[in-house]
Structure formats: structure tokens, C-alpha cells
Design a protein around this ligand. Structure first.
Ligand SMILES: [Zn+2]
Length: 58
């Protein structure tokens, strides 16, 4: 299971994501980033920051 705490990328945000499909989780994160943080343009830098925080728990 892939897991991500949004607060690890955006301090103060309590949103958490988990999904067994990494791509699907990233899609959820992208939707959250747009609706909660106004980030509609996921730059390579943002994507790298997010991916560096993804944990995998079997
Ligand atoms: Zn967030």
C-alpha cells in the first residue's frame, strides 16, 4: 500500500492518502492539491517533492 501524508509536503495539511495503485494515489493527490491548495500546475519540482514523501507499506 502506497501512503502519503500531505503535511509532509505542505506543512499544516492533515490530508492523508493511501492506495495500492501508486498512479491512482497520485491522481487523488493532484485533485487534492488543486481543490485544497490551489495547485493546478503540478511542476516536476512539486512531483519530485511528493514522490520523495511516498511510503510503501506492504
Ligand atoms: Zn494537502
Amino acid at each position: 500500500m502506497f501512503k502519503l501524508a500531505c503535511g509532509d509536503v505542505m506543512p499544516g495539511c492533515a490530508a492523508r492518502f493511501e492506495n495500492r495503485d501508486r498512479g491512482a494515489m497520485l491522481a487523488d493527490v493532484a485533485g487534492h492539491a488543486a481543490s485544497a491548495h490551489g495547485i493546478t500546475d503540478i511542476t516536476p519540482e512539486i512531483l519530485a517533492a511528493v514522490e520523495s514523501k511516498i511510503a510503501f507499506v506492504a
